[in-house]
Design a protein around this ligand. Sequence first.
Ligand SMILES: [Zn+2]
Length: 497
Amino acid sequence: MKKIFAVLFVSLLILSCKQDQNGEAISYSITFDKDNIKVAKVKVEFTPKDSILFMDHGATNFDKGWATFIYNIKAVNDEGEPVELEEIPGAKWKINAPLHEKIVLTYDVHLDHEDYEWDGGIDGVAYTTDRGVFYTGRTLFIMNGEQRKNITVDFKLPPNWRVTTPWKNIKAVASSYLVRDNTDLANAMIFAGTHKEISLKRDDFEFVFALGTTEIINEEAIFQSLAEGVLDYYIELMGGIPRPSPDSPFKKMVVVISSHPSITDGEVIGNNISILIQKDADQFSKTISRFIFAHEFFHLWNGKSFRPDSENGEWFKEGLTNYYTLKALHHIGFLTDETYLDFLSNFFYKRYHDDNGLGRLAMANGEEKHEHWGLVYGGGMLAGIAQDMLIRDATNNAKSMDDLMRSLFNKYGNSNDDYTLEELKIMMSELSGIEQTEFFNSYVSGTEKIPIDSYLTLAGLDANIDNGNLIISKKEHQTQQQRKIMEGLFGQLKSER
Ligand SMILES: [Zn+2]
C-alpha cells in the first residue's frame, strides 16, 4: 500500500512538472501572403499566466499604441468556444475566461505604419519594400506573462520567400525559431520576402544582414565588404568578438539595410540595427549611412561589452564610438586622409561648436545626449582624440586609446560590472603618465571648450580654429613620431605598424 502510494505520488509529481512546463510555453505562427503583403496573420497558442494580453511600450503618439494596427483579434478555448477579450488602454486586452485553460488567439497586423509620422523614423517601426516586409517585434507580437520560457515563432511563407530574424533556429526547420524571452520577441527585427541575406560568422557569433530592396541588393558586394572590413577591424582592435553581460547574452544580431525614396536614417533596438539609405544618395548621405552602421556596430563592444555606471560616462560611450567609427571607415578605404579630416572638422567639430549647450553644460551631463548631440557625441569624440594624441605623444606612439579600450573590454567583458568616470581618468593618466584631473575638471565635468587644434598639432597637423571652423591640413614636414601619431589617428593598429 505504501509502495503504491509512493508511485502515485511520484507520477503526480512528474505530471505536475510537465503541466508546469507546458504552462510556460507559448507558440506564435505568422502567415504572410504575397498577394496581400500589408497584412500579417498571427495565431498564438498558450495557457494564460494572467488575465492581461499586452504589446510592448511605444507608439506613444497613438492612444492605442502599437494596438492601433491590430485588427480582427479573437480568442477561443480548447473546445473552440469564444473567449471574451476586453480591450483596455495602453495596448492591452483583458481575458474574461478561466486562466488554466489553453486558448488560441488570432489577429491581423495591418502594415499601415508608413502612413504616419514617427519620432524615431520608420526604420524602427515597420515598412514594405519591393522585396518584402520589415517588422520590428514590438509591432507584431501580443504577449502574455512576464516570465515566459519556451517561446516559439513559426513563419508560414509564400513560395520563394525567406525570413531573417535574430533568433535561434529550431534545428531542421528553416522558418521556426526559439526565442529567449519577451524582450527578445519585442526587440527583434524581422524581414520576410525575396530579400538577400548575408551571414558573417566569427567564432560562435553570427552577424546576419538582410538587404531589403533591389537597389541595395545590386550593391551587395559593396555592403558585404563594408560589413566584413568594419567587423574585422573591430575584432582585431579589441582582441575578440563582443562579450555581452551574462544578463543579456546574444550570439546573433540582425542588420537590415533598405533604400528609401527620401530618408537616410538608422535605429537600434536591442542588439539589432535597421538602416535606411536614400535612393540615389549623394556622397554625404552615403557617408552618413555607413557612419550609422559602423557606429552602431562598435557599440557591441563599447556599450554592450563594457558600459559606464552612470550617465556621466555617455560622452565616452558615444564619443569614442564616433572616433572608432571614423577610424574603421578609413581602415576599409571608404574615407581617405582628406575626407577623414574634412568629416572631423565640417561635421563633428561643427556640431560641437554649434551646440547651444557648449559653455553652459558639461559633456558629462549624459542625460542631455539627445538634446545636445554636438556636446556629448561630438565633444566626447574630441575629448577622446585629445587623450589619444596625448598618450601617443607621451609614449612615442607605444601606447594609445586602443590600449584603454582593450583594458575595459578585458576587465568588464562578460560581466555585470560597469566602469566609472573616475576610473577613466585614472586609466588615461596612467597611459600617458600625465595626471588628467585638470583635463577632466575643465572639459569633461566642466564647461570649457576643448582646444582640439592644439592637440591635433601633436599628429603633425596644422590645425586652427577660425571663426568657429576647425581648419586642418597635414604639415609639409612631419617628424617620424608625428607621422606615426597621425597614422594612429587615422586608425592604424599596433599590429599593422
Ligand atoms: Zn551610439
